[in-house]
Design a protein around this ligand. Sequence first.
Ligand SMILES: [Fe+2]
Length: 311
Amino acid sequence: MTRPHIEPFVDREVDFKKMTLPGFPIGMHYKMLSLNPESGACTMTVQYEAGYNQTPTVCYSDVELMIMEGGLKVGDQLCGPGYYFFVPKGVSLPAISSEKGALCLLMYNDSEPHLIESDQDLEGAAQEDFIKVQSYEDMPWQVPTLFPQTASGCLLKVLRFDPKTHAMTFLYSMTPGFQQDNISYHDCAEEAYHIWGTSWMMQFGDLPTGGYFWRPPYINHGAFYSENGILGFGRTDGQLHNYFHWNPYSTPEENADRAAAQLTRQKPELHKWIIATDHNHIHFNDFEYPEDGYDHAHVDGQGKVRNHKHK
Ligand SMILES: [Fe+2]
């Protein structure tokens, strides 16, 4: 179960709530941006009050934190806007305090929000995966090397890349006047928050500062435009492959079919292997090349794949 599609959502239009879950000190307020109702995994905008104090803690969930305004003292270090943390499950986070308050994004990736007082790592914690970076000052903007490429004027800073799943956490910027006139979708869920600025999208209109979405796979998005540019924070839960096209009416099912058709064309042996070992029946209709018809495969009694087409 993933999270439901939430788009567009603007956190400036809702009030903060007091965080009252066990383990959290007073002085933390949140706006829920998205939530997995089964696991409790979530993304929140969080306001820490001036004077907030949190002892060293561990979590049974990977946690990500992005400081947007104000500052937090984490251990001995004062961390202002731009600081990003990835805290793997079981890794102890030093004491946190805030003299003047802080506005952050806080993400629990595996479970509902919780804090357990501990200055020791749990057994097996992947300390080597811990990330702390001043993303505004210590990382250069990159032109994305993803292929197919986004239009000129969309820049990236990759904060975290999971080599196993290719899931990413990143900052992105649309430069003033950025425009991209085609339509995108991906095989992964995509999440974004506007730290600053407004961009327009054909399907969902203007997304201003504080704007947010959690978008499941295969949902059309774009064309895009941004008059003054934006600074955004984004994440995916898998490889961000840009499927571009020009059909604003295609459904997520049709988009997934087209992605499967591309897999068959580009990696035919892998496609055969998947259907021969895991399923005995698959078909799809690629709206981009409808003349190809339905590619339809069966696995016979000897385990051989028998392809035929339906027009
Ligand atoms: Fe996208």
